[in-house]
Design a protein around this ligand. Structure first.
Ligand code: AIR
Length: 145
């Protein structure tokens, strides 16, 4: 079963998606990756979210980065947003993702920080999954989870 659904706004976000995937792999967390733009393909984003059984979503996007917020609008499961530096040092994307309206939060990590998105997803999963928690504890050097 896929635990984390990753969606990015463009194939040009592939470097950041790659770091999310690599980190999730190192933590033994299953995932699936999609490319679907909130502005160019809003119906595709909605369909991916509605069809997903994953526990956590990660949205990666640059510029006017609506994607993580749009994912959050379609689900009650946690959404992690990764702002991508395309213009303005990524500040446009960071502010788009972090400034969600009340009741529809997106947990936002640092600009281009796909690695932390994967760690945060694993921490969320670790609350109810002792295998993920054990792996996290190993990787972070905790004696016990
Ligand atoms: N993007 C795509 N649709 C809406 C947005 N904000 C983002 C992508 C990518 C950037 O725009 O996530 O970071 C540039 O996309 P492209 O496809 O032109 O390379």
């Amino acid at each position: 079963m896929v635990l984390v659904e990753i969606i990015s706004g463009s194939t040009s976000d592939g470097d950041i998606v790659g770091s999310v995937e690599k980190t999730l792999e190192s933590l033994g967390v299953s995932f699936r990756s999609h490319v679907a733009s909130a502005h160019r393909e809003p119906e595709k984003v909605k369909q991916i979210v509605e069809d997903s059984e994953a526990s956590v979503f990660i949205g990666v996007a640059g510029l006017s980065a609506a994607l993580p917020g749009v994912i959050a609008s379609h689900t009650l499961r946690p959404v992690i947003g990764v702002p991508k530096d395309v213009k303005l040092g990524g500040m446009d994307s960071l502010l788009s993702i972090v400034q969600m309206p009340p009741k529809v939060p997106v947990a936002t990590v640092g600009i281009d920080n796909g690695k932390n998105a994967a760690f945060l997803a694993a921490e969320i999963l670790g609350v109810g999954d002792s295998d993920v928690l054990r792996r996290l504890a190993e990787v972070r050097g905790f004696k016990q989870a």
